[in-house]
Write a protein that binds this ligand. Structure first.
Ligand SMILES: Cc1cc2nc3c(=O)[nH]c(=O)nc-3n(C[C@H](O)[C@H](O)[C@H](O)COP(=O)(O)OP(=O)(O)OC[C@H]3O[C@@H](n4cnc5c(N)ncnc54)[C@H](O)[C@@H]3O)c2cc1C
Length: 435
């Protein structure tokens, strides 16, 4: 029997939360940002720097969602999504998607220097390991495309790999794509440091409050209705990841939740090298933290229905043994490393592989004045969240995105019928065999 086709458009579900009865909600705000993940934190930070005093409303706690559950890799080249998003940027009159993703990494680097305590930023490069013939073809073609776009990238063999990643089982790897400008970071610190700065700049962060609906007045969005009452505001930004369709159901057809699992090992004395690692078109990815633990995620293809259409963040039993097996195969010194925790989080995959960021469209596709959205980051939060938060804040504060055009991210194209998801085949990958 063939497995059931995944449901790309499950009925929208609001984010689960536990209301905080002690919260005192203000009745007005200059701008509201819904969601305290990396997108909301970036948007709020830039709004605060522009002189607006944003109110961040988070249903849980900052970084409760994907931003606190991810593996902390920052990959400029966006894995297997690169060709598609490159074409979309071109079609919108832009130069290169790298203009956006590189700017994000530069922002992250600057925040590491500026924000008290930093974000554990290491610009230590990444290695995309090709474990079989198909992967080698993919890695070589991706390296070629990315080099043409201006990314410093090379295909490396065993000698370079031994240097870059001591102890890597190089006999298992055909070639690897080496991207020296990629990085890794602590994603919790990213959200918390930015939101600390928001407070310092006069903004407010409220937790344990869920936004239930947008309030409209005179043909524009004028605030939000929440679990704790209404707040009036001149503008509202939805930074609500996979839960965005609960507030904007007309986006549901093109924004699929996908569950992804991450595991972390015990603290290890052995080092596997400073770069981040990926394989299978970035569907599996891992890095060693400064403190010695190895964080590894992926194998969504082995999850129930490939994790597609899942709002549950239960970490199932299928994935952790696969992740542990991949680590043992590629880093023999980790054969006995114990996995001490596993968790799952939700990705929000946009049907065209391209995030949506800009004015929130109404159901007929026309912009809804006063409302904005930044979602659909399709598994790559760090290369997108910093720049998209900046551009949306510029749009709100000054009427247009100044640093770079938001045209490639036009949310309008995600209203109406569903685009067939272009990402399914790369996502299915070919799941590296565990030895
Ligand atoms: C397991 C996993 C591994 C990943 N690994 C990487 C990686 O290594 N590198 C990388 O670049 N990206 C990675 N990603 C992707 C990245 O984490 C996401 O793209 C990014 O975190 C999305 O940020 P966000 O702010 O949009 O969403 P979130 O962090 O999910 O934040 C959304 C917030 O909105 C809140 N919210 C939702 N609805 C409401 C509401 N109605 N009212 C109030 N609050 C609400 C939620 O509680 C949540 O805190 C990974 C994701 C997962 C799940």
């Amino acid at each position: 029997m063939s497995p059931a086709e995944p449901d790309f458009t499950p009925p929208p579900e609001p984010v689960p939360f536990r209301p905080d009865p002690r919260v005192e909600l203000p009745s007005t705000a200059e701008a509201i940002v819904v969601g305290g993940g990396m997108v909301g934190a970036s948007a709020a930070y830039h709004l605060a720097r522009a002189g607006l005093r944003p109110l961040v409303i988070e249903a849980n706690v900052p970084a409760w969602g994907a931003s606190g559950r991810n593996a902390g890799m920052a990959l400029t080249g966006l894995g297997g999504h690169f060709p598609r998003v490159t074409a979309l940027v071109r079609a919108a009159g832009g130069r290169s998607i790298l203009d956006y993703t590189s700017r994000s990494l530069d922002l992250l680097e600057a925040w590491d220097a500026e924000l008290p305590g930093g974000i554990e930023w290491d610009r230590s490069g990444s290695l995309d390991l090709a474990l079989d013939e198909a992967e080698e073809a993919h890695v070589r073609s991706m390296a070629g495309l990315q080099a043409v776009e201006g990314l410093e990238v090379s295909v490396v063999g065993p000698n370079e790999l031994r240097e870059l990643a001591p102890g890597l089982a190089v006999e298992e790897v055909r070639v690897a794509k080496w991207t020296p400008s990629d990085a890794k970071l602590n994603p919790f610190r990213l959200c918390y440091r930015l939101l600390d700065a928001v407070r310092e700049l006069g903004g407010t962060v409220i937790t344990g409050v869920r936004v239930e609906r947008l309030l409209a007045r005179g043909g524009r969005v004028a605030g939000v209705g929440t679990s704790h009452g209404e707040v009036a505001a001149g503008s509202v930004v939805l930074a609500t990841n996979a839960w965005t369709p609960a507030l904007a159901p007309h986006l549901a057809a093109n924004l699929a939740p996908i569950r992804e699992t991450v595991c972390v090992t015990e603290m290890l004395d052995v080092r596997i090298g400073e770069p981040g690692f990926e394989t299978n078109q970035c569907n599996e990815y891992w890095r060693q933290m400064r403190s010695g633990e190895v964080v590894i995620g992926g194998y969504a293809a082995a999850d129930d229905g490939m994790g597609i259409g899942q709002y549950s963040i239960r970490a199932g039993p299928e994935v952790p043994p696969l992740l542990a097996g991949l680590l043992a195969r590629l880093h023999p010194a980790l054969r006995d490393a114990r996995i001490v925790r596993c968790w799952a989080g939700l990705l929000d995959f946009a049907s065209l592989e391209m995030p949506m960021a800009g004015p929130l469209p109404a159901e007929d596709g026309t912009p809804l004045p006063g409302a904005f959205v930044a979602a659909g980051l399709t598994g790559h939060g760090h290369p997108y969240a910093p720049i998209l938060g900046l551009l949306v804040s510029e749009l709100i504060a000054g009427g247009r995105a100044r640093t770079l055009s938001l045209a490639p991210f036009d949310p309008g194209r995600y209203v109406g019928g569903a685009h067939a998801p272009s990402w399914l085949d790369p996502f299915r990958g070919h799941s590296p065999v565990i030895g």
